[in-house]
Design a protein around this ligand. Sequence first.
Ligand SMILES: [Zn+2]
Length: 568
Amino acid sequence: MYDLIIKNGNIIDGTGAPKKISDIAIKDGKICEIGKISGASNRVINAENKFVTPGWVDIHTHYDGQATWDPYLTPSSWHGVTTCVFGNCGVGFAPVKKGKENFLINLMEGVEDIPETVLSEGIDFCWETFPEYLNALESSKRIMDIGTQVPHSALRFFVMGEDGANHLYKPNENQIITMRDLLEDALNAGALGVSTSRTTKHKSADGNLVPSLNADDKELAGIAEALKNTKKGLLQCNSDMGPGEMELLIQASKYSGQPLSVLLIQYNDFPERWRETLNYISKANKNGIITTGQVGSRPIGVLMGFNTSVNPFSSHEDWKKIKNLSNNERNKILKNDMNIRNTLINNVPENAHTKWIKKTFPLTYLLKEPLNYEPTKEMSITSIASSLNKSPWEIILDHFISSNDDEFLMHTFENYTHNSLDVIAEMLESKYTICGVGDAGAHVATICDASYPTFMVPFWSRDRKRGKLLNLEYLISKQTLKTAQTYGLNDRGALIEGMRADINIIDYENIGLTKPCLSYDLPAGGKRLIQKSNGYNHTFVKGIEVSQNGEFTGELPGKLIRGSQSIN
Ligand SMILES: [Zn+2]
């Protein structure tokens, strides 16, 4: 007797193989048969005209805090994600000494834009060491499987104290050895790797550069040695990729004998640099050093609105008079009071904020339905304003008050230098890239890219209007088997007999995203941008249905993943 048979689905198995119509039988959380199945089953789902895929494996999230208070891990669980990995980009909440938690909160607030009040109220720090953090994560039920990595900044601060917070201070030999030993303990306890940040984009909330910014080869060698000694885990890195960076990281990975995964992003200041990084990645792989580039699927940017973290008008004097009003009340004033309208549009204060906002106009677009994540140059605020002979501020203001919902601008600051997603197509086409950089759980009131998988599948296989499309089966492999394999999660990511039954049944005709909106549902009433999905008929985690047509079933079969996994 099977637990479940999914009949007549169009199976996209995650390996990149062409889709085929077949049945899948599930028992005890595993896929036990694929083909024409006639045996008895407790439940049968007719998946005719539906796609049956592995659950998405999102390896670039920041649920380090949220995972301790929210069993549902939204937004990811609204988007077919059945496994997520956090502890990315060198930031997280363990190890941490009692009384020193605020340093890590401040760092997470600055680097990943998760408010301090949310983290302070949400997290019950009942751990100090990384293995204790894993135990805390393991003690609660949740909707999907989670895995995590040791954040370099936390490790550094734990070992070096206040010195460790300063990126200019180098650890001494003993401190390097202590970091190595603690990392070994963490890897042996089940950490999936270690992550580090080497980007000047990352600053703590009080403006300091991240501790790990320019860790030298000795410090990195200490980290690599822990990977080498345990033969476990991966090195994940977010770097500006300036001169010498890839050499250093590849050297560390080579020494460790373990894989490397880096972010692959187009920066506006160096729009071609990602190609050099990708060349390094390809070369490293050819030399036997397993290296992946984590890529996005749409522009990376900031959503701006009246109520988001970044509001173009926030420094206008007259804004302060209306900022605490509801959207309704505020819109009434902004539609009728010509004085206040006029000052907001024409009396723009000269300061760093407005200077930056003005600079964004050529790469900022009105986000309207139907959502367009590849707008043309003519759709930028600059172009619209000049074609209508109006002030850009008027265009923005009228957009924000066009409804009583929150309306947004999309400012693209990465992956969209030339107003085209052709760079993403090129990145996705490399066999050494995987889907990542959605930063789910982070940047809560500036972006909501936890929805990447739901965007990627229809956009890149069907809906894109301004350039080439990619093969659907290939795209899905980048979000399933390839991401799972990157972290050694060899028990999932493909619909193959013996694998975990982490499965999405998708209505491809209707898969898509809803408009982003603000929700005030974080601890302490903190706000975040959320974006929901359509088209996921069923999502199963280990054979148990966790959501049906966008509604959670209440089942929480997700577990903490400790270390790499194999079938059985
Ligand atoms: Zn990140």
